[in-house]
Design a protein around this ligand. Structure first.
Ligand code: IPM
Ligand code: MN
Length: 365
């Protein structure tokens, strides 16, 4: 038996706890079949932590994460906390804080559509039946999300709000290196997205990415303006390989790529730091309207766990087995509500069970 691999699990709010339960089924199979000592410990984060501990990211949670080898997160936030001031909302007070605390600057969001699953996609058949496989590399700890000042000011005759976009050259360099390195494992194509026809931060972004590209002669680099990029992705997603983006642009583009697979309930993400310590989370959010109904899609959460095994524990084969089990379950026609197109669908639990069965089959091959 290998050494203990400790995972801090932070189910959070909304559908987080429900979809996390389906991951536990997968973990049980892996522990038995691969004889790996995966140790899971749950901690509170987000709205639930505000209720229980008075803060969205309690010290105990941070300490638990620090003692672990990787973090698996559900999602945070919900209508109950929407009226709080911005800096106290779960999204900012826990999610952005934990990303910053662990310096998780590299966010990898992988969206792919198997050509045979084209019906899941909202795209026209002639586009979606080609399939696509896009890795969005999003800068995660800088840009407008973290620039200071960020404030609303109300004076006698003035009322305005202000956010600051700031990018240091070294922040652009390190995320560009990640994009180029990831592209070497794929098709060696990087498209960098910016708004350098308007913004100074984007001009520096573009120039710096071009400099870093010189170290990767095998990789083909091109640039697109943000507005054009979102159009090109919808028209021809199969032409893209790695898309490199600043924080806010990456937030939008990764969601766009996610929905093209059929549902953001299938979009997983890995957020890594220089030491490759990682936090793994679905990109779809808490989906409060689905909460407690056993209808949410657990695939993004299971895929996030698969990414954890790959990036944090280098368990490539097991990660691939999970990905295959998901793909085969979908190919058999099992669908949750979000991808059912108004047709028959199965519950969150049933989807978890089907993927678990499929995983056991992968092991017994
Ligand atoms: C995401 C989310 C977050 C973000 C929110 C919840 C702060 O949309 O992970 O994409 O904007 O980064
Ligand atoms: Mn987002």
């Amino acid at each position: 038996m290998k050494k203990k691999l400790k995972i801090a699990v932070l189910p959070g709010d909304g559908i987080g706890p429900e979809v996390m339960r389906e991951v536990y089924k997968i973990i049980e199979v892996i522990k038995i079949k691969s004889k790996i000592d995966l140790q899971i410990k749950e901690y509170d984060i987000g709205g639930i932590a505000i209720e229980k501990w008075g803060q969205a990211l309690p010290k105990n949670t941070l300490k638990g994460c620090e003692k672990s080898h990787a973090i698996l997160l559900g999602s945070v936030g919900g209508p109950k906390w929407d009226s709080l001031p911005a800096h106290k909302r779960p999204e900012v007070a826990s999610l952005l804080k934990i990303r910053k605390h662990f310096k998780l600057f590299a966010n990898l969001r992988h969206s792919f559509l198997h050509p045979k699953l084209y019906k899941l996609s909202p795209l026209k058949k002639k586009i979606s039946n080609k399939g696509f496989d896009i890795l969005c590399v999003r800068e995660l700890t800088s840009g407008i999300y973290f620039g200071k000042p960020s404030i609303e000011i109300q004076k006698k005759n003035k009322h305005y709000a202000l956010d600051t976009t700031i990018y240091h050259k070294h922040e652009i360099e390190r995320i560009a290196h990640i994009a180029f390195q990831e592209s070497l494992k794929r098709k060696c194509e990087v498209v960098s997205v910016d708004k350098s026809n308007v913004l100074n931060t984007s001009k520096l972004w573009k120039k710096t990415v071009e400099e870093v590209a010189k170290k990767y002669p095998k990789v083909n680099l091109s640039h697109l303006y943000f507005d054009n990029a979102i159009m090109q992705i919808i028209k021809n997603p199969n032409l893209f390989d790695v898309i490199l983006c600043p924080n806010l642009i990456g937030d939008v583009i990764s969601d766009e790529c996610g929905i093209l697979t059929g549902s953001i309930g299938m979009l997983a993400s890995a957020s890594l730091n220089e030491k490759k310590f990682g936090l793994y989370e679905p990109a779809g959010g808490t989906a409060p309207d689905l909460q407690g109904k056993n209808i949410a899609n657990p695939i993004a959460q299971i895929l996030s766990f698969s990414l954890l095994l790959k990036h944090s524990f280098q368990l490539y084969e097991i990660s691939e087995k999970i990905n295959l089990s998901i793909q085969k379950t979908l190919l058999k026609g099992y669908k949750t509500l979000d991808i059912s197109n108004g047709n028959k669908f199965i519950t969150t639990n049933q989807m978890g069970d089907e993927i678990t069965k499929s995983l056991i089959k992968e092991y017994n091959k």
